[in-house]
Design a protein around this ligand. Structure first.
Ligand SMILES: Cc1cc2nc3c(=O)[nH]c(=O)nc-3n(C[C@H](O)[C@H](O)[C@H](O)COP(=O)(O)OP(=O)(O)OC[C@H]3O[C@@H](n4cnc5c(N)ncnc54)[C@H](O)[C@@H]3O)c2cc1C
Length: 405
């Protein structure tokens, strides 16, 4: 792996917070050499040192520092080949943790964050439904209060990693008489609770990364609610904003990922055609522009929660991945048509590729998952550029009166 070069080392000199983080990372590595430490143990020690998310509060995996200092941690740990929590629990790490940190009670922070970070408890996102995807606020899954508990009935769909998850982030309708955004409440649901049924859904790769999830009289203690009753949309926005950045906002090492595979195959195959090289260079440049754009966005983020501009990285990431993986398959010539096996597989993590063929097929979904490219463009148009919004006739009507198919 290529080392990440510090873009602006002078910014860091003399910064006591940076020095503190740097020293803590060195202590972590000295006490838990990654090569000889089980991943969950290493990540547990990282959490306890406050190096999981440095901008979270002390005791919750953080140090109460500026979020951009997390890069110092990540860069050093990547060089030391330490385990990364994303691969073990992508949805929990990228979306669950920031949502719990922002809206959770003290006891929820204490209960959820550490095993989420170590990957001992995987999380999934229970938002989309058969009748509510882009317009997720129109969802129908119902939660009805019964004393200190809520009783949930309904169906979710496209739930990535539900089959290996301990907890799910569930948005349910608790007041159908309110307009769609106002009658929602957000819960953390135990995926092992009676009445939760997970069924595989197969993808174009042959794998079933995602699932249908059915809820039949599932009981959730009120203590597992995140945010107030009726505030589910506000809490969901934290999850959704982080989802976009989690999918499209990474700052990988320069020239790594899908573009590295393209360059490798171009070299291995001995291509000399300048037109092919020109295409490769255009893609490489786009990958680098995205990397630097995401770097700038992460440096500018003064608080943990990304804003609507996070959609820029998501759109660019989706289109770039599709183009790079299609180009790579083209470089393989006739071999590009051979796919290992469409046999049903149940991955334990999401978006991990074993070969360029799988990457090509899986990347088709990048412009759908986490919000479609069309919806991202709407967000950018309306909330970043200030263009006139879509006409929304159901916005202020009670949800129960809005016709549904
Ligand atoms: C691989 C993968 C993993 C996923 N994982 C999860 C998960 O873990 N949890 C979860 O909750 N969901 C998950 N999803 C669901 C995903 O969030 C939805 O598929 C997505 O939001 C789109 O919803 P939809 O499929 O219902 O399409 P629809 O909303 O029905 O959209 C259909 C088409 O209409 C377009 N469209 C819709 N509204 C507008 C508009 N206002 N303006 C312009 N165009 C519009 C869309 O862009 C799309 O092209 C996953 C999806 C995929 C593909």
């Amino acid at each position: 792996m290529t080392a990440v070069v510090d873009a602006n080392p002078q910014d860091r000199a003399g910064d006591p917070d940076h020095t503190r983080v740097h020293e803590l990372v060195e202590q972590l590595l000295a006490g838990h050499p990654p090569a000889g430490t089980a991943p969950a143990e290493f990540l547990g020690a990282q959490f306890d040192a406050g190096l999981a998310w440095v901008h979270f509060a002390e005791g919750s995996g953080g140090l109460g520092l500026r979020p951009e200092l997390q890069r110092t941690v990540q860069e050093r740990l990547a060089l030391a080949r330490a385990p990364h929590p994303y691969g073990r629990n992508p949805i929990g790490y990228g979306m669950g943790a920031p949502t719990v940190a922002m809206h959770g009670s003290e006891s929820q922070l204490h209960r959820y964050l550490r095993p989420l970070f170590t990957g001992e408890e995987v999380w999934c996102q229970l938002f989309s439904e058969p009748g509510a995807g882009s317009d997720v606020a129109s969802l129908s899954c119902r939660a009805v209060r019964d004393g200190d508990e809520w009783v949930v009935n309904g169906q979710k769909v496209w739930t990535t990693l539900a089959h290996v998850s301990k907890f799910g982030m569930l948005v349910a309708r608790t007041d159908p008489n309110q307009p769609k955004h106002k009658g929602l409440t957000y819960f953390v649901v135990d995926m092992e609770a009676p009445g939760v049924e997970v069924r595989p859904l197969r993808q174009i790769t042959g794998e079933a990364e995602f699932n249908e999830v059915y809820f039949t009289d599932v009981r959730i203690p009120d203590s597992e609610r995140l945010g107030d009753v009726g505030e589910g949309w506000r809490v969901s926005l934290t999850t959704l904003m982080n989802e976009r950045v989690s999918i499209g906002g990474n700052v990988p090492p320069k020239g790594s990922g899908p573009i590295a595979e393209a360059v490798k195959i171009w070299r291995d195959k001995g291509y000399t055609d300048p037109a092919v090289k020109d295409q490769l260079m255009c893609l490489w440049t786009r990958a680098e522009v995205l990397r630097l754009t995401n770097w700038r966005a992460s440096q500018n983020r003064k608080v943990g929660t990304p804003g609507p501009e996070g959609s820029i990285g998501k759109v660019a990431f989706a289109e770039l991945n599709k183009d790079v993986t299609a180009f790579t398959l083209g470089l393989l010539g006739a071999d590009g048509m051979l796919y290992g096996s469409y046999a049903m597989r149940r991955p334990v993590t999401a978006m991990s590729f074993d070969n360029p063929h799988q990457a090509f097929l899986r990347c088709r979904a990048n412009s759908i998952e986490g919000g479609t490219t069309e919806v991202m463009k709407n967000i950018l148009g309306e909330r970043v550029l200030g263009l006139p919004g879509d006409i929304r006739t159901d916005k202020d009507r009670p949800w129960i009166e809005v016709p549904r198919s």
